[in-house]
Design a protein around this ligand. Sequence first.
Ligand code: CP3
Length: 341
Amino acid sequence: MLKNDLLLRTLNGETVERPPIWLMRQAGRILPQYRKVRASLDGFVALVKNPDLAAEVTIQPVDELDVDAAIIFSDILVIPECMGLHYELIEKKGPFFPTTIHTRADIEKLDSGKQAAERLDYVYQALANTSQRLDGRVPLIGFAGAPWTLMCYMIEGQGSKTFSKAKSFLYREPAASELLLDKLTETIIEYLKLKIANGAQVLQVFDSWSGVLDQKLYKKFMIPRLRQIREAITEVPVILFSKGAWFALDEIAALKPNAIGLDWNIEPSYARSIVGDHQVVQGNLDPCKLYGSVADLELSVEEMIKSFGRNHIVNLGHGVYPDTPLDHVKHFVSFVKGYRY
Ligand code: CP3
């Protein structure tokens, strides 16, 4: 039995007393407890592959920040890994793929589907451990990268401001792009199903780099795959977060996700005018607002909650930054927890 089921009630469209709150990238990054665990191991990937410690750092923000949900500590890049494309995390730089996708033949060689997803046993064990240790305190969120965001890293090999190599692949090799996106979609679906089987009670799909595309590309290549994913997941609520995809908000709403994640580029009133008042939305405080004064923060948060109205999950518009003052993050959470509609 869940002790705090506010997030689930909100996702199911029930009338609740206040909006639930959790933060994208709450596990890791900002917590000194995380850095301590992280330093005890040889690198980030070792932590991702250690189910006991992954469970520990997943629960840290629930203890320390008192958020209404836990999100499993892992990374979106485990999917390329299980398909045969190895990744590393370079300190202070970010993800790095020693081998990247150049041709259709490279894509044909990739494993996919159930066979690939079953290799991620350490993720499923981390979920099972976490769910046991959480003992129903708050719901456990599982996640996956969306096909496009994963394709970005598999072609680019690292982060990028433009992801122009990946985007130009869509124009140069549309058919091979479709094949890659299909293989990713198949794998993501199997992966999410296994996450549910191991204790994930909510799933969020992160399309972090949708904002580099335009409406035509997003509609042609990405919406159909997001639809496949959305339709395949019937067991638990699904949150779709397509960062920067304001141009596709109507298409995303038509997929009927349980919630739509929004970034700070979208005004609440604009979002409501497209998706309506009944659609649950999640977001969208600019994480930089956490660096300003606590008084200004309270004003912004209250304004945000009032403009979205009901059917809203409070979150940031993207992940919390590593050097955010921890006391401001805690204040943000407690302010929302004290709010009443
Ligand atoms: O939200 C959570 O707290 C759960 C854990 C989580 C991580 N990555 C841990 C992590 C989640 C949900 C992710 C998703 C992820 N990973 C995304 C989508 C979300 C987003 O922010 O858009 C993306 C694009 C990645 C790829 C990735 N992994 C990047 C760009 C980086 C380096 C920079 C950074 O700190 O995010 C990573 C590494 C990573 N993933 C870290 C953590 C805590 C930092 C590793 C460290 O140095 O300890």
